[in-house]
Design a protein. Structure first.
Length: 202
């Protein structure tokens, strides 16, 4: 029985590696096709409008880069952290994921979301480095914005890159509207935020 279980485990891991390799190949083909489409799109735009430039951009190119660089499979990669992810997912408390660039914090955030009570709802991702006072105001002033609703997972990605003038505004909104009671809140950072707070940089 023990040998059979080992065979099953080995077969499963081999299958997961094959799936991950297939995903990487699909991402590589997608990027290649996207680049070619962009070239043709730029030429067509210039011809149609008699000049100018245009290009297509991915909404989140980091997702493609992460998918291409994940080792073996995301499941195997996350296995050492599985207990922590399970614990974080079963709790309603806010979660901060810290790690260097390329450590797949977004993958961990999505896995926590799937393990939490908000599974099946939308994972609302806010890329903090792209957040400006203008689009933050637009987000707040839109009555239909899901940030005002209840029951989502809100992922504040790269919160350490939040512009300083917005840090207090975002923090005040989270506190005043009890956002952590209305939504599941997950944040990620590439640096030690407690050290940044101690230095007065956050």
């Amino acid at each position: 029985m023990h040998e059979q279980m080992q065979d099953l485990t080995a077969s499963r891991e081999a299958l997961m590696r094959n799936i991950a390799e297939l995903e990487r190949c699909m991402c590589t083909d997608f990027v290649s096709t996207m680049e070619q489409i962009n070239i043709n799109f730029g030429k067509t735009f210039t011809e149609l409008f008699g000049g100018g430039q245009a290009k297509l951009e991915l909404e989140d190119p980091e997702d493609i880069r992460q998918a291409q660089s994940l080792p073996a499979s995301s499941e195997l990669y996350l296995r050492p952290m599985d207990k922590l992810i399970q614990t974080a997912g079963s709790s309603a408390l806010p979660v901060l994921i810290q790690g260097a660039v390329g450590t797949h914090k977004g993958v961990v955030a999505r896995r926590i979301h799937t393990k939490s009570a908000t599974e099946g709802t939308t994972l609302m991702r806010l890329q903090c480095r792209d957040l400006t006072e203008k689009n933050w105001d637009m987000l707040l002033n839109n009555a239909a914005s899901p940030i005002h609703a209840t029951g989502y997972t809100v992922y504040l990605e790269n919160v350490d890159t939040l512009p300083k003038d917005l840090q207090q505004q975002v923090g005040t909104y989270i506190e005043d509207t009890k956002m952590t009671h209305r939504h599941r809140v997950i944040s990620s950072s590439c640096c030690d935020l407690s050290a940044e707070v101690a230095r007065g940089q956050f």
